[in-house]
Ligand binder design. Sequence first.
Ligand code: ADP
Length: 429
Amino acid sequence: MTPTPVKEGSAAVQARRVLVLNSGSSSVKYQLLDMNDRSRLAIGLVERIGEETSRLLHTPLTGGDAETRERTGRIADHAAALKTAAEELAADGLGLDSPELAAIGHRVVHGGLRFTRPTVITDEVLTEIERLVPVAPLHNPANITGIRTAQALRPDLPQVAVFDTAFHTTMPEYAARYAIDVETADAHRIRRYGFHGTSHAYVSRKAAELLGRTPEEVNVIVLHLGNGASASAVAAGRCVETSMGLTPLEGLVMGTRSGDIDPAVTFHLKRVAGMSTDEIDVLLNKRSGLLGLCGDNDMREIRRRIDEGDERAALAFDIYVHRLKKYIGAYSAVLGRVDAVVFTAGVGENSAPVREAAIAGLEELGLVVDAGLNAVRSGEPRLISPNYARVAVAVVPTDEELEIADQAFALVGRAESAGQEVPVGQVDN
Ligand code: ADP
């Protein structure tokens, strides 16, 4: 995904920076990238927005040693958060008023079926993202706030939405539909959308590169194991199945989410335990998964407790791994031929015990992990299967921000190199 070079002599020659914004309900993460070499100029985070204990962490990466600066004290809202971040960037000579800024790329969680590609944000696009709030009540409102704030800051600049769901829009209908009454499902847009798509896209492409092949030549299973976790089956570069559904609750056991359960558990909790819908929502999204099972959602802490002989932690680990194994098996069947199983995100990149346990016993599927390779700590994409293994097992660090910057810059760059206006208003159907 090398961006098209901008024309010599065009006004945009200098504009080769992209600001990536990931706006959550109470936080904003940002990265400023130089698209000449796709390096980071600065990264930062504003958290606990709206509270007395707001905090900004800002790290400029242009000098020698990266030194993080911290600001504490109430930051009232997203606008104030972005303004504070802009001040920190300006202090490093990286002000957002710079003509070098080519675009602002926004992570947008839910793009429904409408947005299958990165899209330049217009009023109409924003209205469409708003229309999707009922299916992404926790995420899309925060993304919209981030977009509006950035628009106010640089109204002249293309703002590009990169959707978490986009990569999964290639799923065949038989994988995307729940087996429930079609009219009811369609009336409420109930279907499987999938999330973490930016990561699955990036990691599956990188995995092909690691194997020395093109994405079109390989079938891979990507296991994105962060605090949220999802699996995807990618055939010849296209997603054909993913574990998250209408919301990010379905699928794998996660840090605080249950993943798959019998939907009747929710009726039971309502009728028998007397819980409200909101209470059940909180239970399944925030008080379940590893946290609900053993009181900890951080895999490092769980491993430490297991080493001390803690049985609850050991059971939580086993439940987590068992679910992963089921998905690896299921996706092997979906793909028919698997070239690689790829681990990514916080747990996938760092936890050798999770990788070892998830692959253990899958020799019949051609899957083996080499203990020595698995133990190596590295920030680079790498194979952890022995040479003789029929299917590669790999670790590929994800980089959603780079993917968002690449996609935003490519979209803006394509238009400019073709001598066109940036296609503001382009909407994919
Ligand atoms: P998010 O979903 O918040 O983006 P990340 O991909 O950053 O999550 O993953 C965060 C999780 O990664 C932590 O909750 C922790 O369980 C796990 N993790 C991070 N570092 C390690 C490590 N060294 N060993 C095991 N697990 C780790």
